[in-house]
Design a binder for this molecule. Structure first.
Ligand code: AMP
Length: 208
């Protein structure tokens, strides 16, 4: 099964993808995590995209599409994958629907106010990419990842200025994908303002 998760930043795509990948034996591919790992490791790709991510802009389509194309060719993707945060533009969506089989595109529906509330308190693990929140999903030990014990960080693009820009970019570039995938009869709309178990079970009930 090949799934696409799309929606505003902070809608819970990463959290639910992590739950679903373990339970359905799918590979979780987060383009954001791929870029952040490249930045951390100071690779050629990382150096190219650092300032783009910091500002909350989008990495060029061509580069992003070829990166995902290469990733899904790896043997672990044979039994299926969840694309978290890709496609994010109409150009990416059109290219991807020509290139790959898409079983469903899950749209995480959430208001801007809720996005801001969530992103302001988000803490992430730079090592294993686990996601926490200072209020709604506290780690067991303050500031420390439950999974791998690394020190949690605030993502540079979770600053107020960058959040506003990411929302603007989301509305102009990514929101049109709802209509695009609706026309392809692939869209599943999920109310993302519920606890993660409920969001998970809503999705699980609709993809089977
Ligand atoms: P995310 O972790 O999904 O919020 O992505 C973090 C950042 O990575 C975004 O703000 C973009 O700068 C970049 N990014 C992730 N996915 C894509 C994509 N499909 N197209 C372009 N840029 C992306």
């Amino acid at each position: 099964m090949n799934l696409i998760f799309f929606g505003a930043p902070g809608a819970g795509k990463g959290t639910i993808a992590k739950m679903l990948k373990d339970r359905e034996n799918l590979v979780h591919i987060s383009t954001g995590d791929i870029f952040r790992t490249a930045i951390k490791n100071k690779t050629e790709l990382g150096l190219k995209v650092t300032s783009i991510l910091d500002k909350g802009e989008l990495v060029p389509d061509e580069l992003t599409i070829s990166l995902v194309s290469e990733r899904v060719k790896e043997p672990d993707c044979k039994s299926g994958y969840i694309l978290d945060g890709f496609p994010r533009t109409l150009v990416q969506a059109e290219a991807w629907s020509k290139e790959a089989t898409i079983d469903a595109a899950v749209y995480f529906d959430i208001s801007d106010d809720e996005v801001v509330r969530r992103l302001c308190g988000r803490r992430t693990c730079p090592n294993c990419h686990s996601i926490f929140h200072v209020e709604f999903n506290k780690p067991k030990k303050d500031g420390i990842c439950d999974v791998c014990n690394s020190e949690l960080i605030i993502r540079p693009d979770d600053s107020n200025e960058s959040i506003n820009n990411r929302l603007k970019v989301y509305h102009t570039q990514t929101e049109p994908l709802v209509e695009y995938f609706t026309k392809l009869q692939k869209v599943i709309v999920i109310n993302a303002v519920q606890n993660s178990e409920k969001v998970y079970s809503d999705i699980a009930g609709k993809i089977k």
